[in-house]
Write a protein that binds this ligand. Structure first.
Ligand SMILES: [Zn+2]
Length: 208
């Protein structure tokens, strides 16, 4: 049972941190008015009057993850584990994200497990890590790796497993129009990668 240490690449932990300076709110609202005109509508008509402001507020919520540090969230750990040396699993963590190619919603669930070595973290923190990465522009593969790598780097457990199942609205509502399809991605580190028994136990617990 080899243990693999894999440091979080800085770009995985905090993408967006090196982004160019943010525009002001008025500039963002003007951009929404441009898109409304591009869609073929009149941003000045009554029904659309408040739309740019609402869209910008929605973006603040959708993309709140850029202002949050996932490493900091995981840093408060408990070392008193009472000898607990089994898997910790949080499954069916529902999330909403947006794809970085179309800015269309990605909606799904994440299953996150780790096998603690010395440090455990409050269970809600695992859900918050998923939230932080979901609330950024994503591709599912990257999000899966970011969650696993960050938990691995901060908690330094025997292993981490992350499975994400999600539907991509850029695929279900446009393009190839394939409703009902979902994408499954996984990242296994440490014992979840090296020990088939541990991996099987995890996959069994999430019903795979
Ligand atoms: Zn897309």
């Amino acid at each position: 049972m080899g243990v693999r240490r894999q440091p979080v690449a800085p770009d995985l932990a905090r993408d967006g941190a090196a982004a160019p300076e943010r525009p002001g709110r008025a500039e963002a609202e003007a951009a929404v008015r441009t898109l409304l005109r591009w869609a073929g509508d009149d941003p000045l008509r009554e029904g659309l009057a408040g739309t740019p402001e609402r869209v910008v507020r929605a973006y603040e919520e959708f993309f709140a993850g850029y202002g949050q540090d996932p490493v900091e969230i995981l840093q408060r750990t408990f070392e008193e584990t009472g000898g607990y040396d089994e898997m910790v699993l949080l499954r069916d963590i529902r999330f909403e994200s947006h794809c970085e190619h179309h800015m269309a919603p990605i909606i799904g669930v994440a299953h996150v497990a780790y096998l603690p070595k010395t440090r455990v973290v409050g269970i809600s923190k695992l859900a918050r890590i998923v939230e932080v990465y979901a609330r950024r522009l994503q591709i599912q593969e990257k999000m899966t790796a970011q969650i696993a790598n960050t938990i691995d780097a901060v908690l330094q457990p025997h292993g981490v497993a992350v499975v994400i199942e999600a539907t991509h609205q850029c695929m279900t509502t446009r393009g190839v129009h394939k409703p009902g399809t979902s994408m499954v991605t996984s990242r296994m580190l440490g014992v979840f990668r090296d020990d088939p028994k541990t991996r099987r136990e995890f996959l069994g617990m999430i019903g795979k």
